[in-house]
Design a protein around this ligand. Sequence first.
Ligand code: MOS
Length: 764
Amino acid sequence: AVQGAMAKAVALAPDNWIPGGEPDPLIRERYGHVGKPLSRIDGPLKVSGQARFAAEFPMDGMVYAALVFSTIAKGRIATIDTALAEASPGVVAVMDHRNAPRLAPPPVFMSAPKAAGGDNLPIMQGNDVRWNGEPVAVVLGETQEQANHAASLIRVIYEEAPALTSFAEARGQGTRPAVFMGQSLHDERGDAEAALAKAEVQVDATYLTPRHNHNAIELHGVTAAWQGDVLRIHDASQLVAHTAWSIGQMFGMAEDKVVVTSPFVGGGFGGKCLWQHQVLAAMAAKVTDRPVRLVLSREGVYRVVGGRSPTEQRVALGADREGRLKALIHTGVTIKTATNAMPEPFILPTRSAYASDTLKLDVQVVELDMLANTFMRAPGESVGTFALESAIDELAEALDIDPIELRIRNEPEKDPSTGLPFSSRHIVEAWRDGAQRFGWARRDPRPGLRREGEWLIGMGCATGTYPYYRMPGGAARITLTRDGRAIVDIAAHEMGMGTATAQTQVTAERLGLPLDKVSFNYGDSTLPGVVLAGGSQQTASIGAAVGAAHRDLVKALLKLAGNESPVAGLGPGDVVSREEGLCKADEPSRHETYTSILARAGRETISVEAEGPPPLETMHWSMHSHAAMFCEVRVNAVTGEPRVSRFLGSFDCGRILNPKTAMSQFRGGIIMGLGLALMEETQFDERKGRVMNPSLAEYHVPVHMDVPEIDAIWTDIPDPHAPMGARGIGEIGITGTAAAVANAIYNATCKRVRDLPITLDKLL
Ligand code: MOS
């Protein structure tokens, strides 16, 4: 079936490609670029220290910024004494609400197509305080050290107002239905509670996940300068076009007067969007009339950049003795602020997971006085799969059925929530391949029996899943030059995923060029396209745009070729890109190189820009990446210390464009999943609404010593409805992982831990 779909795809002319209606013709000729384990083209720059990050752009006359953070959750600044700071050596200026430039509030993400704000609170425009840790002053110094010291001299007296900072207290005041990206997070089919009550076997449990904070290696940093009427911002960004537009809105400027560049990003994960620091830097650059560099301290990232909210989830499963689901209930509560648009959507993975007679899904929210929470590393799916896939394991135990078999027995034929057919779902293959490779047959289903000395050993598994997204607005420019090179320009992002590398491969394959003749330019808001490096959808977004530009390029080339060309008289549906030029698809000898076409026309370059078609594919098909996760743990019977000893992710994510960069994506995701399972937890003082562990010393993420060799395999079955056959791979590794760990720990110890992280105290 797959080969049939591919053959049909290849047979289609590019002009006929309508995602949502017909499969992508992928790349009509195969040169072996796609699927090759090419090393990252930005790798040498990074390891040799030549890659320049946002806070590494030197500018003449630059000043350094240090922030002062509020120490109350709500209220107002009664007095702020900056005299000592202003008199401190090297201080150029102090900015607070009294002398900050007036500007509009940030457009909150989702409120407009290019809105980038983490929330829509005005930035340093008044004396009110909205969360504990909000910036109340910015000190600008000749050196970072002078600015930091002067910031410590600022004295603020607050008038505190009553703040709502306790989850339990807020819940007592009532919850309300969550809305995520404009969609309801409530879904019901049949009477799930009644079906649960009647079911022969039931599991009904509550799962807790804590707050999490972003901890990219690269701290959030920005260099901002006013150059004539242009605001120049070097940012670390997952969305340069959105950021330029949003900052333009705030300062009342046309978006083309705000230039945001971000050539390298040292980790994003949902956190490198628009927060206060970029805006404060731009404001401070106005106040001082000098370029400003503002790097958040690690503490500053916790104070200014939102993270993930805690969740309290109920999963209830009712099944018959054969393990067929009669009821699937996944409900719960999470926290957001009144001013952001991101309730943690933990039921998302459950919508398309299993066939069940009845279904009930619901997310409720409460609103606290805190920093806006945000997208963070597979929002929804990472913590949602912990609850769902732990419960499935509990059901397997109750039924005495192998947990893999139980999952396969409940495979849906079509999307249970939407009724749409799956574009491509080969999760059963992923389970079978993974089970064989991991040695699942060697697992003893009876928990607590395998022991080596002090170490209890167990194996567990879980399903991972992440949706395919493709947001509208992806556009790209392709330029061919007289010397036979192709340049792709698109306002996309390289956060270390390998985007530039994979897209160079894709472009070379499409155009029939060697890799070294393709350049991929990105990370600049003046380039075409509105592309978000988030939701694991950037690859599809770029791919659709480059596909559309390629199609238009072929048309333009045919026009330019004229009557003397070997391809004269042919339409775009008759030709393919091959051997650095165009030829008739069924008569390859009728071939002319791009160089020859340009030379005859007396042109130095030819350039086309096109937007990818609207993402209609997601209206026709239920599109998701899938994974089968396998974990082996060792838990110390004396200390309770859990150690992951082996991990395998078996993925079904469509075509893998570059197995080397994909392997890193999968491994990186799984490592984040291990942190979620065993370590990460923001300590939030509910009395004061303050984050108490804003450092990597007290907020633990996995380091090399915590991570075993991680294995990953994949089906590599192209999705006929995704550009290039590739669904997203960025976030899926994080999903399912925590449940696989928890289930392995249960198998090792007989202890079912339902609240993350699973620290040793919970295993004693
Ligand atoms: Mo991801 S949390 O969409 O950057």
